[in-house]
Design a protein around this ligand. Sequence first.
Ligand SMILES: O=C(O)C(=O)C[C@H](O)[C@H](O)COP(=O)(O)O
Length: 213
Amino acid sequence: MSNKTAKLLSLLDGQPVIPVIKIADVKDAVPLARALARGGLPAIEITLRTDAALDSIRRVAAEVEEAVVGAGTILNARQFDEAAKAGSRFIVSPGLTREVIAAASGSDVPLLPGVITPGEIMAAAEAGLDFLKFFPAEQAGGAAFLKSLASPFGGIHFCPTGGIGANNAKDYLGLPNVICVGGSWVAPDEMVKAGDWAGIEALAREASKLRKK
Ligand SMILES: O=C(O)C(=O)C[C@H](O)[C@H](O)COP(=O)(O)O
């Protein structure tokens, strides 16, 4: 295992589900991160899909001591650097490019890059990356596909994300090459918009019980 993977795993601290969050209004960032942490999911991924994302990361990093804030949907080196400067403790990308790999290798902030195919996994391994996001998990072949990657790629572990919910998370968490899953189901847009923090805390609490066997 690489040093950066060890660092990322220690940040995630056995958490089975990483909430993937989209924040439209920066004022929601702190109460949302607090609700998820109260529910047992302190490590969260705020996606750079909205204008409020970087400010949200800054706020959570500064104000929510109990949270471990990461950035998601990082598509290039500029976004990697901005997200790292904003205080992201880890960086998630839907894919794997030379540019993002280079940005990560010049930074202390660990990268969780997205892959699907054996060739992409081999390219990641060549870059020293051994903990990878499997995205989009359900659409690309699901737990059966991921299971079949375990034999040829014994040293590689995954965080599948995409189409995963309370109903199927266990299918993934039961696999030997899966460490955690990612998903937006614990912080649905409508509950965030409605400020339903108690509801989100309850969803997080359920998800946090999905411990790996
Ligand atoms: O853009 C990224 O970097 C991502 O992380 C993609 C997200 O992981 C998925 O969009 C979450 O998938 P759902 O749980 O199906 O909503």
